[in-house]
Design a protein around this ligand. Structure first.
Ligand SMILES: C[S@@+](CC[C@H](N)C(=O)[O-])C[C@H]1O[C@@H](n2cnc3c(N)ncnc32)[C@H](O)[C@@H]1O
Length: 319
């Protein structure tokens, strides 16, 4: 039986072909990162998570293995609400811990990708009859206001360094919305990738098996399907480079030839060597992330990290 998915918005409704055309006609071209995640994109992201180079998932999982009991005891939540949940594989550690102390625990998995929601459901459906699973398909940038309030304590989760995909303004707007939604008894657990040796960072986005390359190129298949375009992914190279000034990985698709893309509106031209930005992944210092928390109305309750200080899980409260 397929799981019940509540759909609170359609991607296409919140982003028009006109807006995409504007982004692709600019000198600095880009495609919104959310289009990386269709069914195939979600499966490829899972595979990336398991590559030897992608230390992020492994490290976050290690921290959760070590500190889940502390996090659950501190938050005392009746509901775990995860934004951009992906497969919820790591979240299972927290849920199992919460089930030790709570009967009738709720877990809300919120993601733009139906495939991710189904993976999440399959991950969790058999773990306990005390767990109530709710799946919501929506956009965490546009639809946060649509999430219903509950009376009992809630633990918000935003894992996998997904905040790193937002520029500073978007990060502050997004976190401020969550902070405003949080009640006194609510907590927020946020996973952040930290600044480290840039070769280690770069390798994570350039795995030798070429899975990140497939994941990146697939964004063109997704927009082809959504907006009836005719990009050929094979006419692009995968580039993931570290921008030291901004302390972020920038993932691009670089044109291997001059190309004309047909669209129902204006046609798009891409010159040989031109790059289209598909994702940023920011790496934070303690100071840079603390300044974002301050501007978003959040305060740190605890910072859980690994021995190498590669990654941090911040437990936060609304001020
Ligand atoms: C970097 S992955 C992290 C997945 C998971 N949290 C983890 O830690 O492995 C980002 C997740 O956010 C989802 N996502 C991306 N953009 C989104 C958006 N605008 N609204 C909702 N979900 C989104 C993707 O489908 C994907 O599951």
């Amino acid at each position: 039986m397929s799981p019940n998915i509540q759909e609170i918005s359609k991607t296409k409704d919140s982003f028009s072909l006109k807006e995409l055309n504007v982004m692709l006609k600019k000198k600095n071209k880009s495609i919104p990162t959310k289009f990386l995640y269709d069914d195939l994109g979600s499966k490829l992201f899972e595979k990336i998570s398991n590559t030897k180079e992608y230390y992020l998932t492994r490290t976050e999982e290690d921290i959760l293995n070590k500190y889940s009991t502390k996090i659950i005891n501190e938050s005392d939540a009746h509901e775990l609400l995860e934004l951009g949940s992906g497969s919820s594989k790591k979240t299972k550690l927290l849920i199992l811990e919460a089930l030790k102390v709570k009967k009738n625990l709720s877990y809300v998995s919120f993601d733009i990708s139906e495939k991710a929601l189904k993976m999440s459901y399959n991950q969790l459906k058999n773990i306990s009859s005390d767990l109530n699973i709710k799946l919501i398909k929506g956009d965490f940038i546009n639809d946060l206001e649509k999430l219903e309030q509950i009376n009992k304590p809630r633990l918000y989760l935003f894992l996998g360094s997904t905040l790193g995909n937002f520029n500073n303004d978007t990060a502050i707007k997004f976190l401020s919305k969550i902070s405003k939604k949080m009640k006194k008894a609510d907590f927020f657990l946020l996973g952040i990738d930290k600044i480290k040796n840039k070769e280690i960072i770069k390798a994570a986005y350039n795995d030798t098996a070429g899975i990140t390359e497939k994941f990146n190129k697939n964004i063109l298949n997704v927009i082809n399907k959504e907006y009836n375009l005719n990009f050929n992914p094979e006419k692009f190279d995968h580039i993931a480079e570290f921008n030291e000034d901004k302390s972020q990985i920038e993932m691009y698709l670089q044109a291997l030839s001059h190309q004309k893309i047909n669209s129902k509106q204006e046609n798009i031209e891409i010159n040989l060597g031109e790059k289209i930005l598909t994702e940023i992944s920011r790496k934070f210092s303690d100071t840079s992330i603390q300044s974002i928390f301050k501007d978003s109305g959040l305060e740190i309750v605890k910072n859980f990290s690994d021995v190498k200080k590669y990654y941090s899980l911040y437990l936060l409260k609304s001020i």
